[in-house]
Design a binder for this molecule. Structure first.
Ligand code: 3PY
Ligand code: MG
Length: 183
């Protein structure tokens, strides 16, 4: 299970991991300081400052508490969402944040901010060029390059520019497509 949080709120990664999530994706990470805050909330010391309390995760892992403490930073992943012009400007610094496991593009917000609110263009030339910059920064720092997809067509395009991990589709869309196909 992967949890995409509502905001880069330091209270949430620990709660998600304690409940058994294997990864957390935090939106709107625009600066290196915001990326450091995210890692701090998601990783146990010495990498971060996650607080102890992962009883559900502990039981699910089958590990003893000491083993879980040693292994949790490796067993869980934390992704910073790159989805604004500001994040794009800072993407090299964000990608080099120690402890960060991946970058995750929100192509809707990215295209909204790139166009100063003019529209959403997940496959537009500007969006794809910006996303190539993100996948290159991820590759350079040994991070996973992920993105929100939403359809097979979009995912196919993103795989061509170096992305390997996707939110495939929205649950209500899957329901709508299934019902439409049945009709
Ligand atoms: C976006 O595309 O802006 C998203 O936040 C997807 O999760
Ligand atoms: Mg977004």
């Amino acid at each position: 299970a992967i949890v995409r949080t509502l905001w880069n709120d330091p209270a949430i990664p620990g709660q998600a991991f304690d409940s058994g999530a294997s990864a957390v994706i935090a939106p709107m990470v625009n600066t290196r300081a915001q990326a450091e805050l995210l890692v701090r909330a998601a990783k146990y010391p010495p990498m971060g400052a996650r607080s102890w309390g992962g009883y559900t995760a502990l039981q699910a892992s089958g590990l003893q508490p000491g083993e879980y403490l040693r292994e949790a930073n490796r067993l869980t992943m934390v992704f910073a969402m790159i989805e604004t012009v500001e994040a794009l400007k800072n993407v090299e610094e964000i990608a080099a944040t120690p402890g960060l496991d991946g970058l995750f593009v929100g192509p809707s917000d990215l295209s909204i901010t790139l166009s100063n609110g003019a529209g959403i263009d997940k496959l537009g030339a500007h969006t794809l060029a910006a996303m190539e910059k993100v996948s290159a920064a991820a590759r350079k720092n040994g991070l996973v390059a992920g993105a929100f997809g939403g359809s097979a067509e979009v995912i196919k395009s993103y795989t061509k520019i170096g992305f390997t991990f996707f939110a495939a589709a929205v649950d209500v869309d899957l329901l709508h497509w299934g019902a439409a196909a049945m009709m």
